[in-house]
Design a protein around this ligand. Structure first.
Ligand SMILES: [Zn+2]
Ligand SMILES: [Zn+2]
Ligand SMILES: [Zn+2]
Length: 159
C-alpha cells in the first residue's frame, strides 16, 4: 500500500502536482477498494470517513486529475454513472468486465482475451489499437439458479 501511494506521489510530482492530504485520502480509498468500481459519490462518502472536512468538488477534481494523468480509468457501464478504477500496472490493455443484470455485481477478467480480434482489426481495417473496453452483460454464477429467463432482465437493470 505505502509503495503504491509513493508511486502515485511520484507520478503526480513528475507532472508538477503535489500529493496533498486530500488527494492522498482519495488515492487511499481507491487503493483500498480496488475491485469495487466506485463512483465519485462512493469515493466521496468513503473519503469523508477519513477526512470529514473534504468536499465532493475536491474529490471530483482529484479523480479528474488522476484520470487525466492515466493513473486511473473512467468506466461507463451504461447506467449513466462514471466509475473509476486503477489502471493495472504493466497491463497493456484494459481488462474485461462481466456485469450481472440480476445482482449488479461486476466481475473482472484480467486476461486480455481480445488478441485474435485485435489482430484482425489491425490487419483488415489498418487500425492501430491502443486500448479497448469490453463489457459483457448477463447472469453471474451466483445468480444462475434463481434466474429462469435471463432475457427478461434486459432493460430492467439493477445497478
Ligand atoms: Zn487487448
Ligand atoms: Zn448476479
Ligand atoms: Zn475493472
Amino acid at each position: 500500500m505505502e509503495k503504491r501511494v509513493n508511486h502515485i506521489k511520484q507520478q503526480l510530482s513528475a507532472h508538477g502536482y503535489k500529493l496533498t492530504p486530500q488527494r492522498e485520502a482519495t488515492v487511499r480509498v481507491l487503493l483500498e477498494n480496488e475491485e469495487a468500481h466506485l463512483s465519485a459519490e462512493d469515493v466521496y462518502l468513503l473519503v469523508k470517513e477519513k477526512a470529514p472536512e473534504i468536499g465532493l468538488a475536491t474529490v471530483y477534481r482529484t479523480l479528474e486529475l488522476l484520470s487525466d494523468l492515466q493513473i486511473i480509468h473512467k468506466l461507463n457501464f451504461g447506467d449513466g454513472v462514471t466509475r473509476y478504477e486503477f489502471r493495472a500496472e504493466g497491463a497493456e490493455h484494459h481488462h474485461h468486465h462481466l456485469i450481472c443484470l440480476n445482482c449488479g455485481t461486476v466481475d473482472e477478467i484480467m486476461e486480455d482475451l481480445l488478441g485474435p480480434i485485435e489482430h484482425r482489426v489491425e490487419t483488415e481495417f489498418d487500425f492501430q489499437i491502443v486500448d479497448h473496453r469490453l463489457t459483457f452483460h448477463g447472469v453471474c454464477h451466483r445468480c444462475k439458479d434463481q434466474v429462469t429467463d435471463p432475457k427478461k432482465l434486459v432493460g430492467s437493470r439493477v445497478t
